[in-house]
Design a protein around this ligand. Structure first.
Ligand SMILES: [Zn+2]
Length: 386
């Protein structure tokens, strides 16, 4: 009897993973009601608000002003226990010339294989490539080493406040643009989820931490600092036990593979998807894969427009420092290694990463990722509306 056995094993493996089912005798599905509290215009407005601080490069006044603004927004939503993690950041000395080999034959970051047409990638460090002189001036202050801060807040669980999921995105950017997609789009997603879960009528059994990492672009330093400072505190009054970590990094742009001439199609492709990645080499790869499928099922049920697909090469984002300690996944517009790394996003770390670059079809992909994470987390923490 293979079929019932398989169903039984799945049920045993992931009891908390199934979204709470609506009971037709007790009213409408609370997860669907919560997802309906997200909307495209609010998501866009939050991204737009972040772009007022330019590229938000770490170690600058505009970065600190953005942290202050994010904190004020989180407080206005009623999110609980708003706090900051502090750490010191000293940039490494520059690499010696000739230390890095050619890229042509190496596998993609994260372990995947490149397929098809590739276009160039890189980080723009030339201010003069930003034609907008107002934005060029806004992005002009250089980074100074020293103390850094990153802000977080909590939804506190009613029956298991001592256990939490961590929902993150990085608020710093680079490239002499507005970092609208990388990672205003992920930061805004986390902020919108903090708003919905902080609604006065929303109850959850378990806790959620919403956190906006700093120093992602310098090598995940903000999330590494969090893991170093807090990993050993789990289970104490200071730090709930980690149940999972979900990162959001570049949520908007899935126009497909570069064309033969290296350019990208101008419109979001209709078959765009939300890419959920775990890292197959992580100590918690099995648990992370289970978590990824919870998100895929949540997408199937609740996301309005775009599907989700799962890959095993999560890399180069703030979930990586967590991956050997807890189930960790990332959500993105494309796979980081084999697609973004192959030039699928021409605005990545470029002066063109501006709010004005993206259309509603782009913003809607980010909204669908927000619907996916909100629905998955709502099921995992046992959310209800009172
Ligand atoms: Zn990023």
């Amino acid at each position: 009897m293979p079929r019932p056995l398989v169903i039984l094993l799945v049920a045993l493996a992931i009891p908390a993973a199934l979204p709470a089912q609506a009971d037709s005798t007790t009213g409408p599905d609370p997860i669907g009601q919560l997802v309906a509290r997200l909307d495209l215009e609010r998501y866009k407005a939050t991204i737009k608000g972040l772009t007022r601080f330019g590229d938000r490069r770490q170690g600058t006044d505009r970065n600190r002003a953005a942290v202050d603004w994010i904190e004020a927004q989180l407080r206005s939503y009623g999110c609980s226990n708003v706090a900051r993690l502090k750490y010191d950041y000293q940039p490494p000395s520059p690499p010696s010339p000739g230390g890095r080999g050619g890229q042509g034959v190496r596998p993609a970051a994260g372990g995947g294989r490149y397929r098809g047409i590739r276009a160039g990638t890189g980080v723009n460090n030339d201010s003069l490539k930003q034609p907008d002189t107002r934005l060029r001036a806004l992005d002009a202050q250089t980074s100074a080493p020293g103390e850094r801060e990153e802000v977080y807040c909590n939804k506190i669980g009613t029956t298991h406040p001592e256990e939490m999921y961590i929902v993150g995105g990085h608020m710093d950017g680079i490239g002499w643009g507005e970092a609208a997609n990388d990672d205003g789009s992920g930061t805004a997603l986390v902020m919108e989820l903090a708003r919905v879960f902080s609604g006065p009528d929303v109850r959850t059994e378990r806790s959620i931490r919403f956190i906006l990492w700093n120093n992602e672009e310098t090598g995940l330093n903000g999330s590494r600092a969090y893991v170093e400072q807090r990993r050993g505190l789990q289970g104490s009054a200071e730090e709930p036990k980690w149940l999972g970590m979900i990162q959001h990094d570049m949520m908007l742009f899935d126009h497909g593979m570069p064309r033969a001439d290296g350019t990208l199609p101008p419109e979001q492709r209709p078959e765009a998807d939300v890419n959920i990645e775990f890292q197959g080499s992580a100590k918690f790869a099995a648990e992370a894969q289970e978590l990824a499928w919870v998100f895929e099922r949540a997408n199937e049920k609740y996301a309005t427009d775009y599907p989700a697909s799962i890959g095993s090469h999560m890399t180069n984002t703030d979930s990586a420092p967590f991956q050997d300690y807890v189930a960790a996944i990332s959500l993105r517009e494309n796979e980081r290694g084999t697609q973004i790394g192959a030039g699928w996003d021409p605005n990545w770390h470029q002066p063109t990463d501006l709010y004005a670059t993206y259309s509603d079809k782009d913003f809607r992909l980010g909204l669908n990722a927000a619907q996916t994470t909100l629905a998955a987390i709502a099921g995992l923490v046992g959310a209800v509306i009172k």
